[in-house]
Write a protein that binds this ligand. Structure first.
Ligand code: ARG
Length: 460
């Protein structure tokens, strides 16, 4: 029998029951549903809306239900329409009439809104903890490889020399922004919808500030229609997660390249790679390919949420039940990706010599050669042209800029001197790129310090 059975003369069709139920996916919010109901019951009693003894029975009953779900003694069955109905029905079965008083001055519409916010708030905290772990792993590696020279790329063509530490710190910048986005999202999520009722508030003398405080919300939501029909917080979280996934996906793409025989910049630990069923030589970076693939799936979750909401009149509509699978999938996917990605990075081997060798080819010191002439007084555009001609000369003569004889250099410009070789040596090119945020080891170490301070503040 449904809790709302009064108005109906017939049982719900089985097909509708199984189509309508959200229990298979909203059961994960059971602890948050219990927490929300406990706060509501305490407030009702404090305001004299229900008797103190009833509130006590409700609190004890709810605690028992939570314990039994956790121990596996109580399993959620599919007869209930959702986790809210399931817990309320179970409570009434256990404590009788007092259980029937819990839903006074409340609707499932404000109940589901509060549960989802409580649940996602916890998920944000646990995602942030993982993002922090990833950042710390990267900081450790960046410090160890602050002076490891590698080619920096644009258009996937070797461009200018950087360091591996510098490259990793770019991802630290992205991930710090991801944490900030999560925090922003959490702050806006942290308003309390209970007391909105079904849509139009309630005639009972409730105290929304008390409930908000009991549940750790900053304040009650300002408008009851918005309180029950706002799902911005899911959309905002899905977009923050999408951006974080995009970052992991770019990183994954680079790792896939770096692991290839064409690059050989890193090698992943055996425990984090897979083989081929037919090609014995294979060692594939499947984890990173899956992360890249799952990014599309998370974008799909975001699109689901945006599209689901775009045509809904105020206030609650059942369409909104579709929010959960999408946002839960986004949360679960980012979590799984981070849980695997962190130890994979932590255990990778970095092949300094290969990076150094790749940096020595591709004329990535051509800008430095131009800068050498510019610093001796030649306008940069002219110096740029000479450097380009010298690259052409190297290609024809199968050599590199640092091996061109001085006599040859002088036929291009009399400004060339013996000090040019030191000026365009890779180590010099990297060491002297000391501009703030640049790739020199010194600059990278400064970036690491700043990032550590930022991390402290973000998690204080
Ligand atoms: N399971 C529903 C959901 O997830 C709960 C709210 C139902 N409210 C209603 N009036 N049918 O959205």
């Amino acid at each position: 029998m449904k809790l709302w059975a009064g108005r109906f003369q017939k049982e719900t069709d089985d097909r509708v029951n199984s189509f309508n139920t959200s229990l298979p996916f909203d059961r994960r919010m059971y602890a948050h549903d219990v927490a929300g109901s406990m706060a509501h019951a305490k407030m009702l009693a404090a305001q004299g809306i229900i008797a103190a003894e009833d509130a006590e029975k409700i609190l004890a009953g709810l605690a028992g239900i939570q314990a039994d779900i956790e121990s596996g003694k109580l399993t959620t069955d599919n007869d209930a329409e959702d986790i809210h109905m399931f817990i309320e029905a179970e409570l009434t079965a256990r404590i009788g009439d007092a259980g029937k008083r819990l839903h006074t001055a409340r609707s499932r519409n404000d109940q589901v809104a509060v549960d989802t916010r409580l649940y996602l708030r916890d998920e944000i905290d646990s995602l942030n903890a993982l993002l922090r772990e990833l950042i710390e792993t990267l900081l450790k590696k960046a410090e160890a490889y602050a002076d490891a020279i590698m080619p920096g790329y644009t258009h996937l063509q070797r461009a200018q020399p950087i360091t591996f530490g510098h490259h990793l710190m770019a991802y630290v910048s992205m991930l710090l922004r991801d944490v900030e986005r999560m925090n922003d999202c959490r702050r806006r999520m942290n308003v309390m919808p209970l007391g909105s009722g079904a849509l139009a508030g309630t005639t009972y003398p409730i105290d929304r500030r008390m409930t908000a405080e009991l549940l750790g919300f900053d304040e009650p939501c300002a408008n009851s229609l918005d309180g029950v029909s706002d799902r911005d917080f899911c959309i905002e979280l899905a977009s923050a997660i999408s951006i974080a996934m995009m970052h992991l996906s770019r990183f994954s793409e680079e790792i896939i390249l770096w692991c290839s025989w064409e690059f050989r910049f890193i090698e992943l630990d055996d425990g984090f790679t897979t083989g081929s069923s037919i090609m014995p030589q294979k060692k594939n970076a499947d984890v990173t390919e899956l992360i890249r693939g799952k990014t599309g799936r998370v974008y799909g979750d975001l699109m689901t949420l945006l599209t689901m909401m775009k045509g809904l009149p105020l206030a609650y509509n059942k369409d909104m039940q579709e929010d959960k699978e999408a946002i839960f999938d986004a949360v679960d996917t980012l979590r799984e990706c981070l849980v695997t990605f962190i130890p994979m990075l932590d255990t990778m081997t970095v092949k300094r010599e290969n990076m150094r060798m790749a940096a020595a080819k591709g004329f990535i010191n051509a800008t430095d050669l131009a800068d050498y002439l510019t610093k001796k007084g030649m306008p940069f555009r002219d110096a740029y042209k000479i450097s380009g001609s010298l690259v052409g000369w190297c290609v024809q003569n199968d050599t590199v800029l640092e091996d061109i004889p001085l006599e040859t250099l002088r036929t291009y410009s009399s400004l060339f001197d013996a000090d040019v070789y030191d000026a365009i040596a890779l180590e010099t090119c990297v060491r002297t790129r000391v501009s703030e945020g640049g790739p020199s080891p010194e600059s990278v170490l400064r970036q690491i310090e700043t990032a550590k301070q930022k991390l402290e503040v973000l998690f204080s």
